[in-house]
Ligand binder design. Structure first.
Ligand code: GLC
Length: 645
């Protein structure tokens, strides 16, 4: 059952889309209003697990850590980092009883999940908040109830599940052609190539550098004949440049965030000084979303929204403001100088004047909603969209990637643990920069990361300027990469089907084992194995130099050993066993009585033969969701039963 409890006024986030009744007294927590905001306080029992919080660092069980919901551009995050690119204020306390809480507020929230005192959960909301409290029969049930009120996940086209290659540094048509040839000449699967900021004219949104891309529509059409799509980046800020029609219209119609005197606020990002569209206003969202016509007119169908925390490199008015702006803030905030700027510009929804700082966490959500709604109007098929910054609600319009990570084993492990937490908050279509964005990857790290990402809906290899080149064909032993990329395509019928079913049923795709086997105490602390869809359990190898690992099976399962590019299935007994996988091999498991479809090897989804599927596992049949991959008309009528021959 879900009830809501209001504490003060706040801007309506529209995260919850289903009416929820008001409750009388907030369960579990004691509450106290203080000058610093509302404090919620509760005791944690020793065995309680705290799930949730979506895109954050650390284990699936959030206990022992402090988190701050305040979206920030932090490419150097580590194990002790408190804020990342997103704010997902939903958590579940799972012990003798289970309760879920969603702290719906656009302002900053500080979660001390047993960091100061191991037995205390203390939450401070710095602005008005509506608390949704959910009780249910276990953590999974609570999560499903939550997912049922925040609206259905965004539905990407089938090609969005293909493998994408990206790098900050591809400048010209020639650079991209080299990447495409690099993959195709070696028979390596590839679905799309991302175009980072250099495709634009001086990093200005809704422009193309004509010298670098003399005929973009022609190039888009040519690549499509090879089964490959292009995915351009779009940044949040619009460059201040009179004469640019988007800029001119934005200024004339008053669509940008303003300073205290009502003048458009300037902040420097990639193109130099920019203004930020006021994404809290529906008229501005409609206007900005309509600009994507510039791209859809050229045949583009996939997009990548960035810098939408919003990231700011500097502003003219915040030099020296640091000290007073930060007064009274948490210590951690000393590091985020953008807060000075965030206190100096305003949104004007419905005739109000709201300081950005108080509604900060909604900016990326607004951008995603704007472009998602725009693309829905502009396109007669489904679009690919993923964004960096988000708040719960954004999952209805697009996916997310987890921002700038690093090429290190710790961040691969973090990716594994983030996936179920993201799913609990509605973000089914997600994934990380595979291989790591910052720093230099290694062949081994990239292969192991690809082997994990082969099970995440968004699978993209992306790296930063000036780092080691990270395309799969840059490394020796191409065959190893071919096998892992091919695995992704062979799993795709299952992944696509499971994703669509989970999205349509407002369920999770990737879950902790404890959600599926709640009666088995041994799985409660397992964080390095995950359930992917109804039938599959994965146990990724995430340690440098290690070919083996221990896996716990909560029941008898079918062990699938993907070796030599083929699936070798054997029965495996409940309990712990050691598995071994070379860099071109992957081990995963299929639940007892379940079957999973796999396809034939192919280079892209256009070549994927959905009529030639084999069933792995000991189950007799599988319910396959399958449509044309584009239709907006998605529903249960696309599900059919596959039976073993
Ligand atoms: C940001 C993005 C990254 C991108 C870079 C250049 O750091 O997170 O993915 O490559 O900007 O656009």
């Amino acid at each position: 059952m879900i009830r809501k409890y209001s504490f003060g006024e706040h801007f309506d986030t529209e995260a919850v889309v289903v009416p929820v009744a008001e409750g009388e007294v907030l369960p579990l927590f004691s509450t106290r209003q203080t000058p610093e905001g509302l404090i919620l306080h509760c005791k944690l029992a020793p065995e309680d697990i705290v799930y949730g919080l979506g895109e954050t660092v650390g284990p699936i069980n959030k206990r022992g850590h402090k988190y701050i919901s305040y979206n920030v551009d932090n490419p150097h995050h580590r194990e002790d980092t408190v804020s990342l690119y997103a704010s997902h204020n939903f958590l579940v306390i799972d012990g003798e009883k289970t309760w879920g809480f969603f702290l719906d507020t656009p302002a900053r929230v500080i979660f001390d999940v047993g960091a100061a005192d191991p037995d205390v959960l203390r939450i401070r909301c710095t602005g008005g908040v509506t608390v949704y409290a959910i009780d249910g029969a276990g953590a999974y049930d609570v999560v499903r109830q939550f997912l049922s009120v925040i609206g259905r996940s965004y539905l990407p086209p089938r090609w969005a599940f293909g493998f994408g290659q990206s790098r900050w540094g591809y400048k010209t048509e020639r650079d991209i052609r080299k990447v495409v040839d690099g993959y195709r000449d070696r028979g390596l699967p590839l679905e799309y190539v991302c175009m980072d900021i250099d495709y634009m004219d001086r990093f200005i949104d809704f422009t193309v550098n004509k010298r670098r891309f003399p005929d973009l529509p022609g190039f888009v059409a040519e690549l499509k004949t090879r089964g490959i799509r292009l995915v351009p980046i779009v940044d949040a800020g619009i460059k201040i440049e009179p004469g640019n029609p988007v800029y001119d219209e934005g200024v004339e119609k008053g669509y940008f965030c303003v300073d205290k005197d009502g003048k458009p606020y300037g902040a420097a990002v990639w193109p130099g000084m920019t203004h930020f569209p006021d994404f809290l206003r529906s008229d501005v969202r409609e206007w900005f979303g309509s600009q994507y016509k510039f791209y859809t007119d050229q045949g583009l169908e996939g997009f990548w929204n960035d810098m939408n925390e919003p990231a700011i490199f500097y502003t003219e008015d915040t030099k020296g403001c640091r000290k007073d702006a930060l007064e009274g803030e948490d210590d951690e905030f000393q590091k985020d100088t953008n807060i000075c700027a965030y206190k100096r510009f305003y949104h004007r929804p419905n005739g109000q004047m709201l300081v950005h700082h108080d509604v900060h966490n909604l900016f990326g959500y607004g951008m995603t909603r704007s472009s998602g709604e725009g693309l829905s109007r502009l396109m007669d098929k489904r679009y690919l969209l993923f964004s960096r910054s988000s708040y719960i609600g954004a999952h209805r319009y697009g996916g997310i990637w987890t921002g700038d990570n690093g090429s290190c084993w710790e961040h691969l492990k973090m990716n594994v643990r983030q996936m179920p937490s993201l799913n609990m908050c509605g973000f089914l279509f997600s994934g990380a920069d595979t291989g790591g964005f910052g720093g230099n990857t290694s062949r081994e790290l990239l292969l192991r990361w690809l082997a994990f990402s082969a099970f995440t809906p968004l699978m993209r290899d992306h790296s930063a300027l000036l780092t080691r080149k990270q395309e799969c064909y840059r490394f020796s032993g191409t065959e190893d990469f071919r096998r892992i990329l091919t695995l992704r395509y062979r799993l795709l019928p299952y992944l696509y089907s499971e994703f669509m079913k989970a999205a349509l049923e407002q369920d999770m795709l990737i879950k902790p084992l404890a959600f599926v086997f709640p009666e088995d105490p041994a799985v409660r602390t397992i964080e390095d194995q995950l359930m992917v869809g109804e039938s599959v359990m994965i146990a990724p190898l995430t340690d440098k130099g290690r070919l083996t690992r221990k896996v716990y099976l909560p029941e008898d399962m079918t062990k699938v050993f993907y070796t030599g590019g083929e699936f070798v299935c054997t029965p495996a007994k409940k309990g712990t066993q050691t598995v071994r996988a070379e860099l071109d091999e992957v081990v995963f498991f299929i639940r007892k009585g379940h079957a999973m479809p796999v396809g034939k090897p192919c280079l892209c989804t256009a070549e994927l033969d959905m009529t030639a599927l084999a069933l792995l596992g000991d189950g007799e049949s599988y319910e396959l969701y399958d449509d044309d991959g584009f239709t907006k008309d998605c529903g249960r009528e696309h599900i059919r039963l596959l039976r073993r021959e």
